[in-house]
Structures are given as C-alpha cells and as structure tokens.
Design a protein around this ligand. Structure first.
Ligand code: ADP
Ligand code: MG
Length: 454
C-alpha cells in the first residue's frame, strides 16, 4: 500500500473507535509521511497534535497500522506545516459530518435523561469551587449526600451564568449515582408553570399532583419566574408541603433571594426561607483562571499563558461568557490548525471583553429596574403613588444619578418633567438606605449586575 492508501484505511478504522469530535480534532491534517523498514512516520500539523497523538492514540494507531500491514512495528510523529496538507484536510472532512463537528465538542456523549431531565454533564467533579460559590457548593454537596435530611429546602441564588443550574443538576446527578432508586426530577420554573396550566386545562391536575408527590428530590430552577403566577404558586405550595412532610428534598434556584421576588405569596416565601439560603457571587481573577484551565482541558485545547491571563483579566461577566470565549478560540483552532496567540485571541474575543463604561446606559437601567420589579417600562413612568411603582421609580432615579451621573433636572425631565426636588428626594432617600446592609442594597446590587451584564 502506498502512503496515501495506508493512511486512508487507518483513518477509516479509527473513526469507529473514537468520537467524531475527537476524530475531527486530532486527525485533521495528518498523513503518512513515509514508511521505512518497520516504521511509519506520520506527519501532524503542530506540536500539540504530536503530543496528543503520541500520548493518547499511539496504541490505537499502531494496532490499526499493524493490522493493515503486520510488518509495521513502530510509529513516529513529525510536525509538518498545514499548508502543505490542504488536500488531505478536505479528504478528512469527507469522513466527518462537517456541520456537526464543532457543536459535538460540547460533550457529544451527554444526553438529557427523559425521566429526570438531568444532563449528566453537570457534575460536582467539573464544578470549580472558590470563595464566590463555596457556601452554595458545600450546601449542595451536603444535600446530595443526605437528601431530605440536612437543608430543606435548599435555595441557591445568584446572577446569570454563574453556575446555579450546574449546581442544581449536580445534586440530582449525584443522588442518582448514589442510589438509582431515588426518583429525582429537575424542572425549570417555566416548564413547571406550563405543566400546571396544561393540567388545569385538561382536568388532570390531580394526576399531576399525585406524580409530583411521588418524587424523592424535586429540583426547580429559576423560581423567580413564578412571580405573579398565582395558580401555580398555590399548587406548588401544596406539593411543597406534601414533599416536605415526607422528608423529601426540595432544591430551588433564583436570580435573587426569596424576599426580593415580587408577587410571591407570603406563605411560599416563608417556605423558601425555611431551609438554607446560599448565594453565588462573582469569581475573582484566580478562580477565573482555574475555571478557564478546567474548560480548556475538557475541550482538549491548550492555550499559552498570556492568552489565559488575558481572558481571565477581561472576560468577567460570568462563567458562561468564559466558556463562550474558550469555544470561540477552539473554533479558531479547529479551522486554522493553529493555537491562537495573544494578538489573535485579543481580536477574537473583542465581544466578550467586559467594560462597564460602554455598557450602562439609560435604556438598560430602566429596562433592568422594570424587569427586576416585574413592571413594564411604561409603568415606572406612571404618575401614581402606588408603593409597587414609587419604590422602583426611586431606584431608577438613584441609578441614573449614581451610574450615569445624570443631573437632577435631567432625571426630572426623564420622569415627565417633575419638579427636580422629587429627583433629589428620591436619590437621597435611596442612597441613605443603600448604605446599610439590607434588602435594598441587595436588590440594587442585583439590578446593577443585570445592567452591566447586558
Ligand atoms: P446559571 O444557571 O446560574 O445561569 P449555569 O449553571 O447555566 O448558570 O452556568 C453557566 C455555564 O458555566 C455552564 O456551562 C456551567 O457548566 C458553567 N459553570 C458555572 N459555574 C461553574 C463552576 N463553578 N465550575 C465550572 N463550570 C461552571
Ligand atoms: Mg440556570
């Protein structure tokens, strides 16, 4: 067999042994460079591939080569520039379903379980712990070891993309791992609401309730979406009590603490507050670096230290963004067969770089405040003394002043040309309260998180 035929037959075999994602990643731009005596020399595009093929796939490659030609006893890898290998690259693509190979790197093997709704990719093992999430992590771990017996309910809150869903699902996965018999159910609040609405419509609410009462571990994500959903809250309250009385574990998450969820029935709020409440805040530089390293390892990517440092220093919004940045570089790597250096990383990650100054603006502040308090944007401007509106309006004024340095007359103009003393009063009032460590401070910090995370 000549070099080309030999390698094609090897590739055809290899793809049956490894995932398509790995195949695409590691065998793109490889070929047999020469065969001599008992040795085959395989050319690879870069040092990283060389290292990887010789440490992870050498045995497999050698075995297949040996099966093809039993004289072959040894393989060696040499680095050869990808330009010379263009033709070969397109050949590989024909083995690989192109449209799929990048997404597949996102944990192709993992499938969401239909019964539990859990995605096995969320585990404690791949969850990085730092001071920003250590309480939530410890509580989650403890619940997963003794469901129903330690903290019930466990309520985890924090901003977007900071690991709430990951932690909630890790609890579920761990419980199942420890005991297959346990009935675990993960459900998003939106789904929960729509199930209840549908059950009411189909007169099957009793069946739904019976099913829920048989669950050992009920995990409901993003309960802030239950705000204002009275019927759902009522049904949930009963389910909650039934499970709680039987020592069944309930785990909840939200983007804010229970006392800051608007339009949540008092009795439900006090249930939510009856167990353990743990927050997740923002990871610091060191932790971001550790998270990054974990993510690139999972994706079998390698990045120079200055690139890692650049990402950890600049992509600060949340962990989802860190992953986004890594994926962006991974795609670049896969397309160009070159590990991005500092300059290319900087260019590629422009959209991920966090800069508070070009993010906060009038529109975002109004939007964030309205959304947080479950009002429409028009409602904030309504000429009313209703408490549910006055307070959010004052917060909006305060934020315009504090974050954007609006003048009092400018604030007054935005709010329907009111006398600017109203604006002064609002800002002073909120800022006095803001100094203390109280519910309002927490609310404003959560709103700011949203303003600055777009
Ligand atoms: P949230 O539910 O708070 O919006 P997610 O749990 O969806 O956030 O997390 C966003 C992404 O970041 C997920 O892909 C998740 O796996 C990852 N992630 C979050 N926290 C961590 C962590 N501590 N260690 C590793 N990955 C994390
Ligand atoms: Mg989530």
């Amino acid at each position: 067999m000549d070099n080309k035929e030999l390698w094609e037959s090897v590739l055809a075999q290899i793809q049956f042994h490894i995932s398509r994602a790995n195949f695409a990643t590691w065998f793109q731009s490889t070929e047999v460079f020469s065969q001599k005596d008992n040795k085959v020399i395989v050319s690879v595009p870069n040092a990283f591939s060389k290292e990887w093929l010789s440490s992870k796939y050498n045995k497999l490659i050698l075995k297949i080569l040996h099966d093809a030609d039993n004289k072959i006893k040894e393989v060696e890898y040499v680095i050869k520039q990808p330009q010379a290998l263009k033709v070969q690259t397109s050949k590989i693509s024909s083995f690989v379903d192109k449209s799929n190979n990048i997404e597949q790197l996102n944990f192709e093997e993992f499938k969401i379980d239909k019964e539990t709704n859990l995605n096995p990719r969320y585990t404690f093992d791949n969850f990085v712990v730092g001071s920003f999430n250590e309480l939530a992590h410890a509580a989650a771990l403890s619940v997963s070891e003794n469901p129903g017996l330690t903290y019930n309910p466990l309520f985890i809150y924090g901003g977007v993309g900071l690991g709430k869903t990951h932690l909630l699902q890790a609890i579920g996965n761990k419980i199942i791992e420890n005991s297959k018999k346990k009935k675990v159910k993960y459900i998003s609040s939106e789904k929960f609401v729509s199930n209840i609405v549908a059950a009411i419509r189909n007169h099957s609410i009793d069946t739904l309730k019976t099913n829920l009462s048989l669950i050992d571990v009920l995990i409901i994500d993003d309960v802030q979406f239950l705000a204002g959903k009275n019927k759902t809250q009522e049904e949930f309250f009963h389910t909650f009590n039934t499970l709680y009385e039987k020592n069944k574990q309930i785990v909840l998450s939200s983007d804010r603490p229970p006392n800051a969820i608007p339009e949540l029935e008092e009795r439900l709020r006090s249930r939510f507050e009856g167990g353990m409440i743990a927050d997740i805040s923002f990871p610091d530089y060191e932790t971001r670096l550790v998270i990054l390293k974990t993510k690139i390892q999972e994706r079998k990517l390698e990045l120079p230290d200055d690139v890692l440092d650049y990402i950890a220093n600049n992509v600060k919004k949340n962990i989802r963004e860190l992953e986004g940045a890594v994926n962006r570089l991974l795609i670049y790597y896969k397309i160009n067969n070159t590990i991005p250096n500092f300059d290319s990383a900087k260019k590629l990650l422009r959209s991920y770089v966090f800069s508070p100054f070009d993010i906060a603006n009038y529109k975002k502040i109004i939007e964030a405040v309205a959304k947080f308090y479950n009002l429409t944007e028009e409602e904030i401007f309504e000429d009313t003394r209703k408490k549910e509106v006055v307070r959010p309006r004052q917060v909006a004024m305060f934020l315009l002043r504090r974050e954007l340095k609006y003048s009092f007359p400018a604030i007054a103009r935005k709010f329907g040309g009111k006398d600017h003393t109203t604006a002064i009063y609002a800002c002073r009032k909120i800022s006095q309260e803001f100094e203390g460590n109280n519910k309002l401070t927490e609310e404003i910090n959560l709103i700011k998180q949203r303003i600055y995370s777009g």
